[in-house]
Design a protein around this ligand. Structure first.
Ligand code: NAD
Ligand code: GLY
Length: 366
């Protein structure tokens, strides 16, 4: 177990907020009660996570007027329709503008609860309590909130920062191995974007992470949050370098949408997307084969998929990738690599090589 709680900061002027990282934090209400303005608290969770952790938080908030809403579990429920369940509950409880929404769950719950907080009465405070590795290292930090649309992932949403992020590493004990690996994909992303030293550390410690070793996870979570906090502080609304956090996501979102939400896990799609971005970077002559092999090898050791599903052909990929939020003036922009720890966002690449990359996977199967 972690000896002591670590506190990081996301520096955004008067909207700055702490990220608390430690074991057993959900039970320690004194850590997050200070970020709550009034007695009214709505805990948003889902049918898997609520039975595990809702009672502990309700107990820790003794003296508060605590309500809850339990959403169905799954990426396919990250919709405007299900979002309405949160508003229904808030209104039935007659919660006012000073109420706090507390997101207890993985990235799906966090994105939806955060978006509800951004919208309810034009904005109420919210707290992130992420319980998957993926949400602890990525989605709970930085204020991206929203839901999916049938035609594109995360297409309806808002930038809206939480009051604090409470990362209780002990919650990972109940997470299954596939979900843990999905989170490791986003951890590896930080190494690839701009932290080559972290990539080396991951190369040496990947087995410990996959096995759920507590100290290794604690280190990886802290370093990932630190890396993300720096990028978010520099570019909150993604007008520049924050787009680097989307390494693998343009390919990955196409896989998630094309295969049907919930079929591939987000982290699995990102892992494959990062391999595709690396493969394209190699075709463009920006990185060597050995670098691509090192990336694929690390992801495979993390038990992640590294090739796209054969059901999706080039035309389907291109159509789905065209709905990406990074598209500017009709031009596709991608996050590509010039080395490990050297990502860039660019529309300046040979489209023929993108086609060859997409076709290459299908040819390899024939
Ligand atoms: P998820 O929220 O679907 O959680 C994965 C599964 O684990 C679910 O079945 C959930 O109920 C279960 N679960 C959660 N915590 C658990 C625990 N402690 N023990 C046992 N089971 C538990 O998926 P995710 O990987 O956490 O998040 C993916 C979502 O996050 C996607 O919708 C993605 O678009 C979004 N995302 C958002 C951002 C952002 O910046 N906002 C960044 C990355 C990903
Ligand atoms: N996960 C991408 C971002 O937060 O910007």
């Amino acid at each position: 177990m972690l000896d002591e709680m670590k506190t990081l900061e996301v520096s955004l002027g008067d909207r700055s907020y702490p990220i608390y990282i430690g074991a057993g934090l959900l039970q320690q209400g004194e850590i997050y009660r200070r970020h709550i303005d009034s007695r009214q608290v709505l805990i948003v969770s889902n049918e898997t996570v609520a039975p595990l952790y809702l009672q502990a938080i309700t107990d820790a908030l003794d003296g508060f007027d605590v309500g809850s809403v339990i959403l169905p579990d799954g990426e396919q429920f990250k919709t405007l329709e299900i979002l309405n369940q949160i508003f229904d509950r808030l209104l039935k409880l007659r919660f006012n503008r000073q109420c706090t929404i507390l997101a207890l769950g993985g990235g799906v719950v966090g994105d939806m609860a955060g978006f509800a907080a951004a919208c309810y009465q034009r904005g109420v405070p919210f707290i992130q309590m992420p319980t998957t590795l993926l949400s602890q290292v990525d989605s709970s930090v930085g204020g991206k909130t929203g839901v999916n649309h049938a035609l594109g992932k995360n297409m309806i949403g808002a930038f809206y920062q939480p009051r604090c992020v409470v990362i209780d590493i002990a919650t990972l004990a109940t997470l299954d191995a596939r979900q843990l690996s999905a989170g490791i994909a986003e951890v590896i992303k930080y190494g690839l974007i701009n932290d080559a030293g972290f990539f080396d550390w991951l190369d040496a410690n990947i087995d410990a992470l996959v096995q759920g070793d507590h100290q290794a996870l604690a280190y990886a979570i802290e370093r990932s949050c630190r890396d993300k906090a720096v990028i978010v502080a520099a570019d909150e609304r993604e007008s520049g370098q924050r787009a680097l956090l989307n390494l693998g996501h343009t390919f990955g979102h196409a896989i998630e949408t094309g295969m049907g939400y919930g079929c591939w896990l987000h982290g699995e799609a990102v892992a494959t997307g990062m391999c595709m971005a690396a493969a394209l970077s190699q075709r463009l002559g920006w990185i060597d084969q050995v670098v691509v092999e090192r990336i694929v090898d690390l992801l495979q050791r993390a038990r992640l998929p590294t090739e796209p599903p054969p059901q999706l052909d080039r035309e389907q990929f291109l159509a789905l990738m065209g709905v990406d939020k990074k598209v500017m003036d009709g031009k596709l922009r991608l996050v590509l690599l010039r080395g490990i720890g050297e990502a860039l966002v660019t529309d300046n690449f040979d489209r023929a090589e993108l086609n060859n990359t997409l076709d290459g996977y299908r040819r390899a199967k024939v």
